[in-house]
Design a protein around this ligand. Structure first.
Ligand SMILES: [Ca+2]
Length: 305
């Protein structure tokens, strides 16, 4: 319909036109058109096999499993408590899932249109309400809950091709890391990409992927552009029980200054502590948000309730 005709038709009937528009996009029992936000949480923040041009020390690294113990997303506007006042939390779903295969979806419906700039995510050890989700088993819940409670398990395989005459056989190693929640960031805040948090529009759903990137643990600096290396992991096992399986205990026994490379240091610039401390610190920088964005890991023990 030509714009002029449409406009003429509506002028005497403004009330009727508005009524039709509103009826089309608002639930019958709501006075205002509300919006929604939906977060899809995964462990696919990086390729399962890291690109060869990123891994600079000759290893091929493949993520076999990345089990995450999810607690909740939070979506609020800290400056305006009415803005995102949909209870502030997603469905109560404590789910342990295998993030390379599965997802957890958290939907917030009935949100007032406007900005919800303060979006965060919490992982945490399984509790009485946690259930196994996609790709996870009851054994995963037990593995996370036993000992020092943990919120993530990583299993990976690294292969270094034979390099005759120096080595004549491929070398294969396995990684089995457990991230305990006392020493590893489990709360993430300030999620943003081009937009800070979520922007709720009337009658629309704001969808975002939140993806934990296992790649972060292999970075050789605290930077999302860092190169990836496996040699310190292989070293840690050789110094440990040399059984071809790299564990967090073995990373904790490797001093950070012995990890090699010029850029291995903790976020505060220190090279004291262990390589395990460094790998755990990378969890703070592992959560991707939306299109090229990040959520910031909160230092363990400093989270607000
Ligand atoms: Ca070992």
């Amino acid at each position: 319909m030509p714009r002029s005709l449409h406009a003429r038709g509506c002028v005497p009937l403004v009330g009727a036109c508005l009524a039709v528009l509103v009826a089309a996009c608002v639930p019958a029992d709501e006075a205002l058109p509300l919006g929604a936000a939906q977060f899809t949480i995964t462990g696919r923040g990086s390729p399962r096999t890291f690109p060869d041009d990123r891994v600079v020390d000759g290893w091929s690294i493949h993520v076999d499993r990345f089990v995450l113990s999810f607690r909740t997303m939070t979506i609020v506007n800290l400056k305006d408590s009415n803005q995102c006042a949909y209870r502030g939390r997603g469905a109560k779903t404590n789910v342990v899932f295998e993030g390379t295969l599965g997802t957890v979806v958290q939907a917030f419906n009935g949100l007032k249109p406007g900005d919800c700039p303060d979006v965060g995510m919490r992982l945490g050890p399984p509790d009485d309400e946690s259930v196994p989700g996609e790709g996870a088993t009851a054994a995963d819940l037990v593995a996370l809950a036993n000992g020092t409670p943990s919120h993530a398990l990583l299993e990976a395989t690294a292969v270094r091709k034979a390099q005759p005459p120096f080595t004549t056989e491929d070398e294969t190693m396995h990684v089995s890391l457990r991230f305990d929640s006392v020493r590893t960031a489990s709360s993430f805040g300030g999620c943003r990409d081009a937009i800070r948090g979520a922007r709720i529009r009337p009658g629309a759903r704001y969808g975002v992927f939140v993806a934990v990137a296992a790649e972060a643990f292999f970075r050789d600096a605290i930077s999302s552009n860092a190169q990836l290396r496996f040699d310190p992991f292989a070293d840690a096992d050789r110094r440990g029980n040399d059984d071809g399986i790299v564990t967090m205990d073995e990373l904790d026994d490797l001093p950070l200054f012995a990890a090699g490379g010029p850029f291995y240091m903790l976020p505060n610039g220190s090279r004291s502590g262990s390589f395990g401390d460094y790998v755990r610190a990378q969890f703070m920088f592992a959560v991707n948000y939306g299109e090229g964005g990040l959520c910031n890991g909160i230092v363990p023990g400093t989270e607000e309730p």
